[in-house]
Design a protein around this ligand. Sequence first.
Ligand SMILES: O=CC(=O)O
Length: 311
Amino acid sequence: MTKPKVIVTRRVPEEGLQILREKCTVHVWDSDDIMPRDELLKRVHGSEGLFCTINDVIDREVLDAAGSSLKVIGTMSVGNDHINVHECKRRQICVATTPDVASDSAAELSVALLLITTRRLAEGLAALKSGTSGSWKPMWLLGNVSMGKTLGIFGFGRVGFGIARRMKPFGVHKILYTDLIDVTYAEGIASRVSFDELLAQSDIICICCAVTAQTVGIFNKNAFSKMKNTAVLINTARGQIINQEDLYDALQNNVIGAAGLDVTVPEPLPLDHPLMTCNRCVILPHMGTNTVEARMAMCVNTAKNIVAMLD
Ligand SMILES: O=CC(=O)O
């Protein structure tokens, strides 16, 4: 019996590829760079499985190019916003993500970014490296401590819960969350409030929701105007959730205090983008799940998902 053909759109850990090779004929785009679109369209033809990442836009064109043989798409990611899941459902193509194994890494990165931003560590590091930090000064780069503050979490899923659990020992006074539903695991840790209450009460807000029609651009001028002017906004979810022009204006005009972004539109943000010039905006190049542990587990799970569904 011929083995099913699986396309892997990126160089990924060998452990995952081995799992695939036992059952499938595997074609790997063996590069750290994104598989060019024309190559993807060409190579996906006749495949039964597609192993992709967040940078591969899997739309109708790709699904058409693959043809009716395609049964499963395994994405080595938590999010699936790069995939037209409605179209996949219509065509009875299974889509699998790898959420659980990445939650600790994503929550930890969120807390790291929160601390870098609230304590102004990026500015300190930049000053040291450029030789402008000078000697110790009593009134220089004063950040804020988390102790006694109110932490707001927008989207209380695995990552939001992980942030809450990690920030509790820092002595935050209150943890609030906004989500579509009451989540039972929030009991004793966080209280559900409306979006407006979250905006008004929080000293720090972490965005950890999925990007949907309801959340695109929800952090905009109107939302910023309801936040404290000292508030710090952290986004480790998706760039589209923040209106970046409004964020720039809010930071420039001291409507809010600071922002820490692991995700932007586009990625990477061009060097001449206005947000890149903002001292109070810390920007990382989408590193939420960049740990050896998460990447290995994400790769192995993606491979297992594909094999299981082809079986
Ligand atoms: O953003 C990263 C992911 O969705 O895994």
